[in-house]
Design a binder for this molecule. Structure first.
Ligand code: DX5
Ligand code: ZN
Length: 228
């Protein structure tokens, strides 16, 4: 975690979705050496999003081999049915989409009661106003800067202003909710999203796509430090 002079902090959270799954343990060790402070774990159900990925058994195995806190991003319908199980499997952070859950308050409370941080997520076309109530029940709010479902998509530029407006909303309410951003983050835009108020930065293809995940994480970290 990089701490700024104004007291805010930045976590780099590599998304293992873009890692080589045949050598996942080594990939995780590499990003840890590079200075990653969180591991982002994308769960997709082929229903809420048009793709399928990994779930509880993989999370359990990873939790056994890494010290990094695992951030489970649930891109699944009715996440309340599974959220607690992800905490039991070893996730220290679990986030659920506002678009997928009619009982958000209950789900967020169950994540916290199970001992993890609870996050709310909004898709690119979902307004920040939809978080107005949920923010107070959330440890972090995740702004999607691509439509969820796949790694390697192009960053949606209006996400920068969305983060800025969300940051203002959090400050106005005097809350401690941190902002996470996910989708298309790379060296070209990381400084702008951090400058707008994002503190947990997810990156998949920018970390694992170039053959040197350790160096890529280090580069992303350095690109945020210039804002100190
Ligand atoms: C997208 C996932 C992201 C994805 C990020 O649905 O939630 O976490 O893995 O990958 P990049 O950084 O390649 O957009
Ligand atoms: Zn994600």
């Amino acid at each position: 975690m990089v701490t700024w002079m104004n007291g805010s902090t930045v976590d780099i959270a590599p998304s293992i979705l873009s890692a080589d799954f045949s050598r996942l343990g080594a990939e995780i060790e590499a990003v840890a050496r590079g200075g990653a402070t969180i591991l982002h774990f994308d769960v997709m159900d082929g229903h809420f999003v048009p793709n399928l990925t990994i779930g509880l058994p993989v999370l359990k195995s990873i939790a056994r081999v890494t010290e990094l806190p695992i951030d489970a991003h649930l891109m699944i319908s009715e996440p309340g049915r599974y959220a607690e199980q992800f905490v039991e499997a070893g996730a220290k952070m679990v986030s659920v989409h506002v678009e997928a859950d009619a009982h958000l308050h209950r789900t967020l409370a169950s994540i916290k009661a199970a001992g993890a941080q609870a996050g709310v997520v909004i898709n690119p076309a979902t307004p920040i106003e939809s978080l107005a109530e949920a923010l107070q029940f959330s440890d972090y709010a995740l702004v999607m800067s691509v439509n969820p479902g796949f790694g390697g998509q192009k960053f949606i530029p209006s996400s920068i202003d969305k983060v800025r407006r969300l940051k203002r909303m959090i400050e106005e309410r005097q809350l401690e909710t941190r902002i996470e951003i996910d989708g298309g983050i790379d060296l070209a835009n990381i400084a702008a999203v951090v400058g707008a108020g994002a503190e947990i930065i997810v990156a998949g293809s920018a970390v694992f796509g170039g053959g040197n995940p350790e160096g890529a994480v280090r580069g992303l970290r350095e690109a945020t430090v210039q804002w100190v």
